[in-house]
Design a protein around this ligand. Structure first.
Ligand code: COA
Length: 162
């Protein structure tokens, strides 16, 4: 089975990588779909940077493809011929938002099923890309949260200060 794991990945963290690695063992093909038009806010890393970091950190996983998408996820799923979405659940607080998104996506495209993967636990429960960016912006050590290429990219971005 082919699945889509969508997100902003701004930047990819060990929490995301845990989900990607576990998906790659369970499914034949995993499309990591990086959102290009965020209604949330302007992204910190450009779409090209986010894709490059994902490619670098998943290159050992041969059945993982990194792709960008813009517009509705439901339409992207249709275009890719893949109706199974994967989302990670870190804590109960994720549930309401995830449930809303899953229901909206199914309303927009009746074939879409969203499967939830429970996070590994430990620090993955409170980990998020914005927390990592915040720590890095003050020169803090993020090596336990992100892989080395991401750590380097963050250092580079913040080298002139915030
Ligand atoms: N480990 C660590 N962190 C995780 C995580 C995990 N397993 N899963 C999520 N996160 C974090 C992310 O880092 C991100 O942190 P941030 O807010 O600090 O940046 C946050 O949780 C949520 O991010 P993400 O999983 O990337 O989702 P998102 O909310 O940024 O994007 C999309 C979700 C892209 C799937 C959704 O916005 C979308 O489909 N957009 C397209 C438009 C559309 O179709 N809309 C209708 C659907 S309702």
């Amino acid at each position: 089975m082919k699945v889509i794991y969508p997100g902003s990945f701004d930047p990819v963290t060990f929490g995301h990588l845990d989900i990607i690695e576990r998906c790659s063992k369970k499914f034949e093909h995993v499309i990591v779909a990086v959102l290009n038009n965020t209604s949330k806010k302007r992204s910190f890393f450009s779409i090209e940077e986010r894709i490059k970091l994902l490619e670098e950190t998943t290159k050992h996983l041969k059945n993982v493809e990194i792709d960008a998408f813009s517009g509705l996820l439901a339409e992207y799923a249709d275009k890719k011929g893949c109706s199974t979405m994967i989302r990670g659940l870190r804590a109960v607080s994720d549930f309401e938002y995830e449930m809303q998104m899953a229901l909206v996506n199914r309303k927009l495209n009746k074939d879409i099923e969203t499967l939830f993967m429970v996070s590994r636990g430990g620090e993955h429960v409170y980990l998020s890309s914005s927390i990592v960016r915040e720590i890095a912006s003050y020169g803090g050590n993020v090596s336990c949260f992100v892989p080395e290429p991401v750590e380097r990219a963050l250092k580079d971005k913040f080298k002139g200060g915030i």
